[in-house]
Design a protein around this ligand. Structure first.
Ligand code: GLN
Length: 490
């Protein structure tokens, strides 16, 4: 049985042991067979995919030098604009929206020869931690269909974990790559803010949103992330910082690496089994020659309130563009212009999105701006400084990704505050604009995957990939697969 790693698939394509068309057919067949139970793909694009795969086979036959990604199938989270294909963002508001252009992430990966299989389910406008807030219904976790896949990029995570695609894109505003990666047993990287262009991504919170990638292992991420990263003239917040050679980060030693464990992470609220996995990873790193140090992030307890003020304020502004006139859903037979706006928005948005627009609008209103948004920005500054201080003491931080393994569908959906608190370990990273990677770290007693994250200083993606890869060369945690994906390979 071949391990369907990106390097393994690329080698077989290169050796003509497998054609891009056969590979594409394999994954389209998996989507066909399993999407009914997982609900992780909202739009499959088989005709387009087979045409792209045939074009890849032709390029190879002509003897051109190809990218390692040429012919590799991918799924995109449904908030990346894809020309000619629906981009619904998990919302009724955009359920009929066909993007007239490709997001930069999509066009760069396309230029490297990847084969898009379709678009994945997500929480509406990327707002959620469980993928239960989608207009298209909840995504189910391939490890246990009664549990959530995590959110908001739950469709991408479930799809890769179940073997419906070897890699998939996601976005992370407050944890939406790392948390579903943790719940589904995958490696997922959220880059530094500005590392990857946001052009063509439907905006949730513009100062926090960042695109990244899911795959089984760090080694599978390096090529895709390399292609996605880098300055883009179409996004003024994309950083003009040279992109490191991520593939060169593989195979490195962690000897001498200083790894911080944050004291405040191990208080109440952290599930014992998750804590045990964090400690097991720390122990393995020590065996590999790293040093574990105790650090403190004093502002930890403020992160969730600060995140939810800033993210919701920005969301309320970003989502004002959906007015029933310019894009997407328009209410039938409005009586006045005002009525058109009101009805289009009340019929087009789901409950969670409305809740957030109201909270964000309140936080930005004239009488409360300083008390909420202004205050939150000041606290955000303190958090950034706190991280900067910690990164003079250690090279990376090792932290839990989520307080507990994947919870039952329906368990938190009526308790938004509890749902928001599940972002406590992930959202500080976005507030500080830092990169972080989730890696699988073993299974809980009930058989569900548990992930841990490494957080690095700005633009330290290569270092994070190197640490993740060192752990994955020394352990088997990332090889665990849900039953539906065991023994199935192209
Ligand atoms: N769970 C967080 C939220 O609901 C993060 C979402 C995200 O990263 N897109 O806001």
């Amino acid at each position: 049985m071949q391990e369907p790693s990106i390097a393994g698939l690329a080698a077989r394509l290169e050796a003509r042991d497998l054609s891009a068309t056969e590979l594409c057919q394999h994954y389209l067949g998996r989507i066909e067979a399993l999407n009914g139970s997982l609900n992780c793909v909202v739009t499959a694009t088989p005709d387009q995919a087979l045409a792209a795969a045939a074009a890849s086979d032709q390029r190879r036959a002509s003897g051109q030098t190809l990218s390692i990604l040429d012919g590799i199938p991918i799924l995109h989270k449904d908030l990346f604009c894809t020309r000619g294909v629906l981009t619904s963002c998990g919302s009724k508001m955009l359920a009929n929206f066909v993007a007239p252009y490709d997001a930069t992430v999509v066009s760069r990966l396309h230029a490297a020869g990847v084969v898009m299989l379709g678009k994945t389910n997500m929480d509406e406008f990327a707002m959620g931690s469980s993928n239960e807030h989608s207009h298209f219904g909840a995504v189910r976790n391939p490890w246990d269909l009664s549990r959530v896949a995590g959110g908001s990029s739950g469709g991408s995570a479930a799809a890769v974990a179940a073997g419906l695609a070897p890699i998939a894109t996601g976005t992370d505003t407050g944890g939406s790559i790392r948390q579903p990666a943790s719940f589904c047993g995958l490696t997922g990287l959220k880059p530094t803010y500005g590392r990857v262009s946001r052009y063509g991504m439907v905006a949730f919170a513009s100062s926090l949103d960042q695109a990244g990638l899911f795959a089984p292992a760090a080694a599978d991420l390096v090529n895709g992330l390399g292609v996605m990263s880098g300055m883009d003239p179409l996004d003024s917040t994309s950083a003009d910082v040279a992109v490191e050679d991520y593939a060169a980060a593989l195979g490195q030693s962690v000897r001498g690496l200083r790894v911080g464990l944050v004291r405040e992470h191990f208080g109440s609220g952290l599930n014992n089994e998750v804590e045990a996995r964090v400690r097991a990873v720390a122990q393995l790193l020590e065996q590999l020659g790293a040093t574990i140090l105790d650090v403190s992030l004093a502002e930890s307890e403020l992160t969730v309130p600060v995140y939810y003020v800033i993210a919701l304020a920005e969301a309320s502004a970003n989502l004002s563009r959906f007015d029933g006139v310019r894009y997407g859903y328009r209410s039938k037979d409005p009586e006045t212009l005002e009525d058109l706006y009101e009805r289009s928005r009340s019929e087009g948005f789901g409950d969670e999105v409305k809740r957030r627009i109201m909270l964000g609008t309140y936080a930005l209103s004239a009488g409360y701006y300083d008390a909420y948004y202004g205050k939150a920005q000041q606290l955000r500054r303190l958090m950034v400084e706190d991280f900067q201080r910690v990164f003079t003491e250690v090279d990376v931080i090792l932290a839990p990704t989520a307080p507990e393994p994947a919870f039952e569908l329906g368990a938190l959906v009526d308790d938004p505050v509890k749902m928001y608190l599940s972002d406590v370990y992930t959202c500080p990273v976005n507030l500080a604009g830092l990169p972080a990677i989730n890696i699988p770290a073993g299974l809980a007693s009930g058989g569900l995957p548990i992930g841990v994250q490494f957080i690095g200083s700005h633009f330290s993606e290569a270092k994070l990939l190197g640490v993740a890869d060192a752990i994955q060369r020394a352990s088997d945690w990332h090889r665990a697969r849900p039953e539906c994906a065991t023994g199935v390979a192209p």
